[in-house]
Design a protein around this ligand. Structure first.
Ligand code: NAD
Ligand code: UDP
Length: 312
């Protein structure tokens, strides 16, 4: 049975990846220090013989006994309010954490995939963003702690590939959503759904004309699984190119949530908030044969039902 270590396993994406790899017949070792994740997300896995879990901070030396075939490094605060609250931990997990896991991958001769992000493109000057675009990042702005940690993470991962011949994969993830996001993580969709369910006004930042392209979680997980098993070592964008304004997203949430009395309220735009974001997924299509399948309407419905059940 192939064996995979997944860091950030108790988080939103990490927990869905644990499910996927269990389903595909892997032995899964989850690792997380629970700073933004929750054991509730993986509670259902503890009974399984092929699942084990370490409560550990991967910015400190990482040890796992026995063989390892794959490492997926997903540990990191990921929402703007989380990484603004924990700037140093965010920088450390992207840099020291990634270094520790690359060292582990080298020692175990494992293949390592890292969770990079569309944030490496910063506030992009080209739209959609192809992988060849180098980005427009403010290193000392509030988002710099996250963006630069992820850019360093890509750099050190490529260096291990080039200089040590380590098998590496880099996924650049665009805004992904779905069940198991925290209602209070401050990201746009969990904020809008929980506000609408609780009849509070939706907090649209700026005039809401900034755009994002939202990918449903099962599509992302399928793309990551395909990338891991491909032989492509350069970064690959995985996301849904269906781009909408944040105001439009808020309006669609209000259409879906039954009997809400919420309206839309406008608030200040956070500093360095990217004005546009949309993945160019030509590479994912050509190299992995991947494209997203879940429409926004479908994904929003599932996500609404999740928040309705968790918030009641
Ligand atoms: P999340 O906050 O739900 O999950 C992150 C997990 O990492 C949490 O369980 C947290 O406790 C854990 N963690 C953080 N620091 C750690 C450390 N030092 N040691 C061990 N565990 C630690 O966030 P998410 O949305 O699931 O994001 C997961 C990964 O995907 C992150 O690396 C993030 O940067 C990346 N990503 C996510 C998105 C998205 O849209 N969700 C977009 C781009 C990139
Ligand atoms: N946003 C918003 N209201 C909120 C949370 C976010 O208008 O309550 C906006 C935010 O300013 C950004 C977009 O929604 O333009 C997406 O924000 P999110 O935090 O989800 O992710 P980002 O793509 O900025 O990392």
């Amino acid at each position: 049975m192939p064996k995979v270590l997944i860091t950030g396993a108790a988080g939103f994406l990490g927990s869905h990846l644990c499910d996927k790899f269990i389903k595909e017949g892997f032995e899964v070792i989850g690792m997380d220090n629970l700073i933004t994740g929750s054991l509730k997300n993986i509670e259902h896995l503890f009974a399984l013989a092929q699942f084990s879990f370490y409560n550990h901070d991967v910015s400190k030396f990482v040890h796992v006994p026995g063989d390892l075939d794959f490492i997926l490094h997903f540990a990191s605060p990921a929402s703007p309010i989380d990484y603004l609250k924990m700037p140093i931990q965010t920088l450390k997990v992207g840099s020291l954490g990634t270094h520790n896991l690359l060292g582990l991958a080298k020692a175990k001769k494992a293949r390592m995939l890292i969770a990079s992000t569309s944030e490496v493109y910063g506030d992009p000057l080209v739209n959609p963003q192809p992988e060849e675009y180098w980005g427009n990042v403010n290193p000392i702005g509030p988002r710099g702690v996250y963006d630069e940690a992820k850019r360093f993470q890509e750099a050190i991962t490529m260096a291990y590939h080039t200089y040590h011949g380590l098998e590496t994969r880099i996924v650049r993830i665009f805004n992904t959503y779905g069940p198991r996001m925290r209602a209070d993580d401050g990201r746009a969709l969990p904020a809008f759904f929980s506000q609408a369910i609780e009849n509070k006004d939706l907090t649209v930042f700026g005039d809401g004309s900034q755009t994002r392209s939202f990918c449903y979680v099962s599509d992302l997980v399928d793309g990551i699984f395909k990338l891991l098993h491909s032989d492509y070592t350069h970064p690959v964008n995985i996301g849904n190119p269906d781009e909408i304004s944040i105001l439009q997203a808020a309006k669609e949430v209000l259409e879906i949530v039954e009997n809400t009395t919420s309206t839309i309220g406008f608030h200040g735009l956070p500093k360095d908030d990217p004005k546009v974001r949309r993945p160019d997924i030509t590479k994912a299509k050509d190299i992995l044969g991947w494209s997203p399948k879940i429409s926004r309407k479908e994904g929003f419905e599932i996500t609404y039902n999740y928040f309705k059940n968790t918030l009641k």
